[in-house]
Ligand binder design. Structure first.
Ligand code: UDP
Length: 373
């Protein structure tokens, strides 16, 4: 059984490497990665940590300037890889444009596509382009691995056959088992000592125009509350880098740092007081680690964490962010409720469950017959 995963970004790598490692352990399974290079070295760092070596890397980050060029670049290159590797199954993850392009190639080449982290929806235009990508991939996938029951319900409502949907938990939690250790020592200990460590990340494309205003809400709080130390790992995107450095310059209790390697990030998250983020993956990781999370968005496609109480969306305006953040710092009962909330994203064994299902699917479809999606 030959499985090829097509991966472009850092978050995909974090959530797919545990599954690839699990598949590599299984007898009779050959599992490989084709990297699109959408996130360049951010992807490479994760692959190296998990000791996974892609069979090819299109290195597209250095040569494309738009989503159109990225998707076009993958569509132009992937068919040759499918021809030489001859996978019996194609794995794609989540909502990136790399995943969308790979799913389309699988569909056209009649190679069954398995969609990991399927069924997340806002049913709104945002997040952009992720909501569209997810929905389009669902149309061509043969197998849908939903992290939660509510993701499964979305797929059922859209007409996906129930026998093609499997609820497994999120593979991002499997990665935490690999990265988080009790013996970790923070490289930022001198800066955070005696204070509550607050992690801040924000990078979404749809927020770039208003990022300065959003971060101003956080800067306001840092000037009132001297008992907090804010660490801001800034995404390499130049808009994000520039905004973060400008808005937080000269604030003694805020440190803007380069994007962290995933092991450092996970351990820092695990030991933080709270996190403010617009990231999807961090919402799940923080819920699993019981770190209260203020979501810097109007909508989240992770409603389970809001329902159980670990995630609290506080919007995207300076005022709503300032109020939401201050509220969490002042309201001990709210903090305790969020800290003790149940984790809805699984037990960290999603990769094992997915590997079992992929292997039984392959045994039941030995001729590589792609069931119609
Ligand atoms: N992450 C990381 N280093 C950082 C910030 C985030 O390794 O400095 C990880 C984080 O643990 C999570 C993933 O990157 O697994 C989230 O990526 P991102 O926010 O870019 O994407 P999203 O999850 O929203 O798709």
């Amino acid at each position: 059984m030959k499985i090829l995963a097509v991966i472009g970004t850092r978050p995909e790598a974090i959530k797919m490497c545990p599954l690839i490692r699990e598949l590599k352990k299984r007898e009779g399974v050959c599992a490989e990665i084709c990297a699109t290079g959408q996130h360049g070295r951010l992807f490479d760092e994760v692959a190296e940590l998990f000791d996974i070596h892609p069979v090819c890397n299109f290195d597209l980050m250095s040569s494309v300037n738009s989503q159109e060029e990225l998707v076009g670049g993958i569509l132009a290159r992937l068919p040759a890889v499918l021809e030489s590797e001859k996978p019996s199954l194609l794995l794609v993850h989540g909502d990136t444009s790399s995943a969308l392009a790979a799913a389309l190639c699988g569909f056209w080449e009649k190679i069954p596509v398995a969609h990991i982290e399927a069924g997340l929806r806002t049913y709104k235009p945002l997040p952009f382009p992720e909501e569209f990508n997810r929905r389009a991939i669902s149309l061509v996938a043969s197998l849908h691995f939903a992290p939660t029951e509510s993701a499964r319900d979305n797929l059922l409502r859209e007409g996906v056959e129930p026998e093609r949907i499997f609820v497994t938990g999120n593979t991002g939690l499997d990665a935490l088992k690999y990265t988080v250790t009790k013996t970790w020592h923070s490289p930022f200990a001198a800066f955070t000592e005696g204070k509550k460590t607050v992690l801040v990340t924000a990078h979404r494309r749809e927020s770039h125009d208003i990022l300065q205003d959003m971060m101003a809400g956080i800067a306001d709080v840092s000037q009132i509350r001297h008992d907090i130390a804010l660490l801001v790992p800034a995404h390499p995107n130049p808009v994000v880098q520039e905004t973060m450095r400008k808005i937080f310059a000269d604030l003694p209790n805020v440190k803007v740092i380069p994007a962290l390697d995933v092991a450092t990030f996970h351990n820092l998250l695990a030991t933080s007081f709270c996190v403010l983020t617009d990231s999807g993956g961090i919402q799940e990781e923080a819920a699993a680690l019981h770190i209260p999370t203020l979501v810097l968005r109007d909508e989240t496609e992770r409603p389970e964490g809001v329902a159980t109480g670990s995630l609290l969306p506080i919007g995207r305006t300076r005022e709503s962010i300032r109020e939401g953040f201050l509220n969490l710092l002042c309201d001990e009962a709210l903090y305790r409720r969020m800290k003790n909330a149940q984790n809805p994203y699984g037990d960290g064994d999603a990769s094992k469950k997915i590997a079992d299902i992929l292997i039984s699917f392959s045994s039941a479809n030995p001729q590589n017959s792609s069931p119609s999606p």
